[in-house]
Design a protein around this ligand. Structure first.
Ligand SMILES: *[C@@H]1O[C@H](CO)[C@@H](O)[C@H](O)[C@H]1NC(C)=O
Ligand SMILES: *[C@@H]1O[C@H](CO)[C@@H](O)[C@H](O)[C@H]1NC(C)=O
Ligand SMILES: *[C@@H]1O[C@H](CO)[C@@H](O)[C@H](O)[C@H]1NC(C)=O
Length: 462
């Protein structure tokens, strides 16, 4: 059986940038609670709902939630905008782990203590130290472009951003290709929809959103930029993931929501136009773009990527490990914009200039993929962090939609600041949910597995 390929791209380390940082000791998770302070009609209503949910759960196997809430998790920017990770805790008592935040896939997995040398220096999950750990004993396997991760599916209590989900499915990985994980990151949190979960487990976010645990059934992401900061360190403050609300201090104007045009799997949208230096690039009629925090750069169809670089004098296809990418004169400030749902969003030239190849030549952020067919199972465009740093992104559960808003001055001012990397802290839980652990329908997964050639996803540090 074939499984989704996940792109693996070399980080800046291939160009001589600093290597791994040391693992962080004593990890804890930052939590924020927004509890009602006075007992009012709304609170009473929530109590009534909680009791109803409790009864439904106990007697009819439904999901329960004690009360609606919201929370946030501070993100870390790893490898000069190559990857963004957050923290969650697994088990009883909870142990925290750093996980790449990936809206381009749907599985949660962490390295287990059974992982071999490939996990050296990486904090590992020890199933025997958790009293709530349950082994599902089903195999888990993901094939990446340059490696793979394998293990088994289990359930345990998972906490994140003040939420606790008992019986959450995830994978314990015990075989991982060398270089797949870079300390302090222990795994990956898939934030797309359960229909494409290799583990067939309902994703953490979807359990929370569907159970009514969130004030508003959406999560939002703000990502920082350090790529053009010559003083940047390997780890920097990366922005914030909010669950159950959007933070109006981080954006201005309206959030423009664009509905997902079909069954949700990835967070995919029709891409209306792409312009480069003001010129429109011809797009095929079915340009479907996956919005993917787990991919550093931007993948597009070969024709379109060629057309983009055709607008940049002196650009040419790159070679060697950069095959599929292009080089261009670093002195050229390249402005790209994307239109989704009638609104145009521009991308900073700083994010277009992905990496310096020499003193005068830079690698551009757009690379070719011939894998996407343009339908929802294999999006033809993968819109990664190079774009997402430029907007406030909202991922809505119902109706399924992605929203974009302009970053506020406050958010922009967080780019490139010399500030400490957020320290995870395990705090108290403001809302608890029981995942009923229902297996996801196989239907969509198998159709995707049959047709897939490209699943966008994570950028890994080698
Ligand atoms: C869980 O089950 C898998 C598959 O049977 C097995 O390989 C693994 O060792 C088990 N893990 C634990 C902690 O029991
Ligand atoms: C980095 O790029 C941003 C966006 O274009 C720009 O506002 C900022 O001044 C740049 N920072 C540096 C240090 O050049
Ligand atoms: C919203 O963002 C601002 C700016 O980062 C921060 O100071 C504030 O605490 C945030 N509020 C919430 C509720 O997340």
């Amino acid at each position: 059986m074939s499984l989704p390929l996940v792109l693996l791209w070399l980080s800046l380390e291939t160009l001589g940038a600093p290597t791994d940082s040391a693992p962080v000791a004593g990890l804890t998770i930052p939590l924020v609670r927004r509890n009602p302070t006075t007992l009012d009609v709304e609170a009473l209503g929530q109590q009534a709902k909680a009791q109803r949910d409790y009864v439904n759960n106990k007697y009819f196997g439904g999901q329960s939630t004690q009360k609606r809430s919201s929370g946030y998790n501070l993100i870390v920017d790893q490898g000069y905008d190559s990857g963004y990770y957050g923290s969650l805790a697994i088990g009883t008592p909870p142990t925290s782990f750093e996980v790449l935040l990936d809206t381009g896939s749907s599985d949660l997995w962490v390295a287990g203590t059974s992982c071999g040398q490939a996990c050296d220096g990486i904090p590992m999950f020890n199933p025997s130290s958790s009293s709530t750990f349950k082994n599902q004993s089903t195999p888990f396997f993901i094939q990446y472009g340059q490696g793979e991760a394998a293990g088994y599916v289990a359930t345990d209590t998972v906490q994140m951003a003040g939420f606790s989900v008992s019986n959450q499915g995830f994978a314990v990985v015990d075989t991982v290709s060398q270089g797949l994980l870079s300390a302090p990151v222990s795994g990956l949190l898939g934030l797309a929809w359960g229909s494409i979960a290799s583990s067939q487990q309902t994703p953490l976010w979807q359990t929370l959103a569907s159970s009514g645990a969130w004030d508003t059934a959406e999560f939002a992401v703000q990502l920082t930029r350090y790529t053009n900061d010559t003083n940047a360190q390997e780890l920097e403050p990366g922005g914030v993931l909010t669950m159950g609300y959007t933070n109006s201090s981080l954006y201005t104007g309206q959030i423009e929501y664009i509905d997902i045009p079909g069954e949700p799997s990835y967070w995919y949208l029709p891409l209306d136009t792409v312009t480069v230096q003001g010129a429109s690039i011809p797009l095929t009629s079915s340009s479907i773009a996956a919005i993917d925090t787990g991919t550093t750069n931007i993948a597009g169809p070969v024709d379109a990527v060629q057309a983009i670089y055709a607008q940049i004098p002196g650009s040419q296809p790159a070679t060697g490990s950069w095959t599929g990418y292009y080089q261009f004169p670093c002195s050229t400030q390249v402005s790209v914009s994307f239109s989704f749902g009638g609104t145009t969003w521009s991308m900073s030239p700083a994010d277009f200039a992905y990496a310096p190849l020499s003193s005068s030549q830079c690698i551009g952020a757009f690379f070719e993929t011939s894998s996407g067919t343009g339908n929802s199972a294999t999006p033809s465009w993968i819109i990664g962090d190079a774009f997402l740093k430029n907007v406030y992104s909202v991922f809505r559960y119902s109706p399924p939609a992605v929203g974009f808003a302009a970053l506020s001055e406050t958010a922009i001012a967080e780019n490139g600041v010399n500030a400490p990397v957020p320290t995870p802290t395990i705090g108290s839980v403001s809302a608890a949910v029981t995942n009923v652990g229902a297996a996801l329908p196989r239907r969509e997964l198998s159709s995707i597995l049959a047709g897939i050639a490209l699943t966008a996803s994570i950028t890994l540090m080698l």
